[in-house]
Write a protein that binds this ligand. Structure first.
Ligand SMILES: NC(=O)C1=CN([C@@H]2O[C@H](COP(=O)(O)OP(=O)(O)OC[C@H]3O[C@@H](n4cnc5c(N)ncnc54)[C@H](O)[C@@H]3O)[C@@H](O)[C@H]2O)C=CC1
Ligand SMILES: O=C(CO)COP(=O)(O)O
Length: 329
């Protein structure tokens, strides 16, 4: 597997493209913005989404036909833009080509996971999932990172790992696509909650309690949807939850922190050109949890705050006054 296509040149798509290029692959990148495509092709990095980081030059275009005849595609557009992007990608894809889903979110309204969106828009593609604790800037700088690569077919999974992995970017194979997807999507909503706790200055004990009870919520939903419990204890679940809930380098965590400090969601988002996936995923997640009959009180509280149904103090008081219960999942 030599020719790798990357759909989306935000911070994460760019970091993954650079990793694959450093691993010796022939990389082709589709960028929405022509100025990003031009800068990447000219070896000037990505001044819009990864400013100040040196990257190898790679073929890039804002014309999606650049992805024609790629042997695998890394799909890295934000979750809410996945369906429209995949519908266009379908015109350029050969049957059976693996599509490695690297974004972390659930589609609003349809409640579709990214693998569902692939099945609906590109039924002949083979979906796989890449998820785990990995800030784009760390990966782009070549700092050590480990992620889950979930693919139903182990041989194809191994081929994908060889294609994009290197010593500083270590994929671990799993056959659990749903577990990897749910871990990545839910941790973003929980990171908003952790940010709120930090913004309210509720202390490190509350922070640890929230990670732990949030992990129980994530695992409950994933298992109800058919995932293996142990997947969530791995890189794509607990690993990513710990990373994202521990650093304001996370857009979701820093968004939550600003909410906790009293700013409005609209104001915070208006200052950003980057995506904060947990904002759109929160309402989808609470609907999904209701559909699956799973309790997710922390995620639900984030949804209530974002929907304007409660302010942060009211949501926190309601969480703290839930009845005492057993600790199991
Ligand atoms: N940045 C990170 O550290 C990581 C991000 N991710 C995930 O990767 C996905 C992409 O995030 P980033 O690369 O960080 O994005 P970003 O925040 O750096 O950039 C936004 C991206 O959205 C694209 N976009 C905006 N409107 C669009 C449209 N109408 N159609 C298609 N694309 C559109 C932009 O072209 C750009 O690529 C998200 O799901 C995120 O959760 C996953 C792991 C790490
Ligand atoms: O998914 C990420 C790290 O694994 C990035 O998180 P944010 O989108 O919150 O920055």
């Amino acid at each position: 597997m030599q020719t790798i296509g990357v759909l989306g040149a935000g911070a994460w798509g760019t970091a993954l493209a650079a990793t694959a290029a450093k691993a010796g692959r022939d990389v082709r990148v589709w960028a929405l913005e022509s100025e990003v495509a031009e800068a990447l092709s000219a070896g000037k990095g990505n001044p819009v989404y990864l400013p100040g980081i040196d990257l190898p030059a790679m073929q890039a275009s804002s014309d999606m036909s650049i992805l024609t005849s790629c042997e695998a595609i890394l799909a890295v557009v934000p979750a809410q833009h996945a369906r429209a992007s995949f519908e266009k990608l379908a015109e350029h894809l050969s049957p059976g080509v693996p599509v490695l889903l690297c974004s972390k979110g659930i589609e609003k309204n349809t409640l579709s996971l990214m693998t569902d969106v692939v099945h609906e828009t590109m039924p002949k593609a083979t979906p796989a999932v890449l998820s785990g604790p990995s800030f784009a800037a760390d990966v782009a700088r070549g700092l050590p990172t480990a992620v889950t690569l979930a693919c139903a077919d182990e041989k194809l999974g191994q081929t994908l790992m060889q294609a994009i992995g290197r010593s500083a970017f270590r994929p671990y194979w799993s056959n659990d696509l749903i577990g990897a997807e749910i871990g990545g999507a839910v941790k973003n909503v929980l990171a908003i909650a952790c940010g709120i706790v930090e913004g309210l200055e509720l202390g490190k004990s509350a922070h640890a309690a929230l990670i732990s009870r949030g992990f129980a919520e994530m695992t409950r939903l994933a298992v109800a949807m058919g995932a293996q419990q142990q997947t969530l204890a791995g890189l794509c679940g607990l690993g990513d939850l710990v990373l994202t809930c521990s650093s304001t380098q996370s857009r979701n965590m820093s968004f939550g922190k600003a909410l906790g400090q009293g700013r409005s969601a609209e104001d915070i988002l208006a200052e950003r050109n980057s995506v904060t996936e947990g904002v759109a995923t929160a309402p989808a997640l609470t609907e999904l949890a209701a559909r699956e009959g799973v309790a997710m009180p922390i995620c639900y509280a984030v949804h209530e705050i974002l929907a304007g149904q409660k302010n942060v103090d009211e949501a926190m008081t309601a969480l703290l006054n839930r009845p005492f219960t057993h600790e199991g999942l």
